[in-house]
Design a protein around this ligand. Structure first.
Ligand code: KG4
Ligand code: ZN
Length: 350
């Protein structure tokens, strides 16, 4: 079974062809990426953040050649695919309209089923492309728009344990990187800058420490860095690196502490599970410092850590195609494609 995936919800125009080679209906790891094309829009650099109208225009410009490229790379025509899966939300409305309209037109022309995919569900399932990760598992979903701890019960059932009360962690990475005048893309450059800094150089505030809840808050941390930078603007590369490292250390500590709380709740909810598994996904899960810290937390709590490769953590169409395959092959319900008139959902919680 082969799915075409299309992703245009933020500032990445991406398409992918993914095949499921497993047997029968019980889908698990076994996605074969036949082809994957991704255009990261650097057009936003001059504004220091993603500009919705610029993103929509860029998606309109890149979508057709990007989809054409994945068919050419895989040496396949649309006759070979079994469904068209596209991100229908959450995300920026202009980009969603571009990707969905393209997918709907292709579905009509090719007579293949149309699937409207939730972007957060696609992140949540992305680990199963490359890892054997049976349900249920505990998920830390950390991206530019979301920070959540989620119990993933099945491909369509998500139990949200906690979420952010204000900023998403990726947003905090981006804002701090901008305060330090780092290059685009901001989050990855903050990670690089932090490598040469001292993570204990500045003591920064953490939210909800030792509280029995799984929620996050990153606004206080971000504001503390802003005050520090305004009071004493960093002059040398070392001073910038110390701020970056202290921020990254504190954000990671908060994510790890909340994850530990969620692990206890997950165990209470699933007392008979022989092997508990923890997954991190979303753009911030590409961060190597966070990945190493989560490894230690999982070892301490006897959870197996499973991580998608970094290139499948940030936005991509492979995970969208995979979420389409999961829906087509889900054992619990008969498959129903979505209506061709399905509307985009800029807000669409899990
Ligand atoms: O999942 P994603 O690509 O898009 C959304 O769904 O939001 O996540 C993007 C976010 C951005 O805030 C970006 O700065 C952050 O993930 N990010 C990182 C790294 N790579 C991407 N943050 C920290 N370290 C990284 N290496
Ligand atoms: Zn995303």
């Amino acid at each position: 079974m082969i799915a075409l995936g299309i992703e245009t919800s933020c500032d990445e125009t991406s398409a992918a062809l993914v095949e499921y080679e497993g047997e029968g209906q019980a889908i698990n790891a076994g996605g074969v990426v036949l082809s994957h094309a991704l255009w990261s829009q650097h057009e936003h650099q001059r504004w220091g953040g993603v500009v919705p109208e610029v993103a929509a225009r860029a998606h309109a410009h890149y979508i057709a050649p990007t989809v054409q490229r994945v068919f050419r790379q895989a040496n396949l025509s649309w006759h070979a695919i079994d469904c068209i899966a596209v991100t229908a939300g959450p995300g920026l409305i202009g980009g969603l309209v571009v990707g969905m309209s393209y997918a709907q037109a292709l579905s009509i022309a090719s007579n293949k089923p149309f699937l409207a995919i939730n972007h957060l569900a696609a992140h949540a399932l992305s680990v199963r492309v490359s890892e054997s990760c049976p349900f249920p598992y505990l998920l830390l979903l950390v991206s530019g728009g979301h920070s959540q701890l989620v119990c993933v019960e099945s491909a369509s059932q998500f139990h949200v344990y906690g979420t952010t009360r204000d900023d998403a962690v990726g947003e905090a990475f981006d804002k701090v990187a901008r305060m330090l005048q780092l290059d685009w893309p901001l989050g990855p450059h903050l990670e690089i800058c932090a490598r040469t800094g001292d993570p204990k150089a500045h003591a920064l505030p953490q939210a909800f420490v030792r509280q029995k809840r799984c929620d996050f808050s990153f606004a206080g941390l971000k504001s503390a860095v802003r005050r520090m930078v305004e009071e004493r603007p960093p002059e040398t590369a070392k001073q910038k690196a110390d701020i970056a490292a202290s921020f990254q250390y504190t954000a990671t500590a908060m994510l790890c502490e909340r994850s530990t709380q969620a692990m206890q709740r997950f165990r209470n909810d699933h007392p008979d599970l022989a092997q508990a598994r923890f997954v991190a996904a979303g753009g911030v899960a590409a961060n190597q410092y966070l990945r190493a810290a989560l490894q230690a937390v999982c070892a301490d709590n006897q959870f197996q850590l499973l991580l998608p490769p970094p290139e499948l953590c940030t936005d991509n169409a492979v995970m969208v195609a995979w979420a389409g395959l999961e829906r087509m092959l889900a054992p619990e319900k008969p498959f129903q494609p979505d209506s061709i008139g399905h509307a985009p959902h800029p807000r669409w919680p899990l």
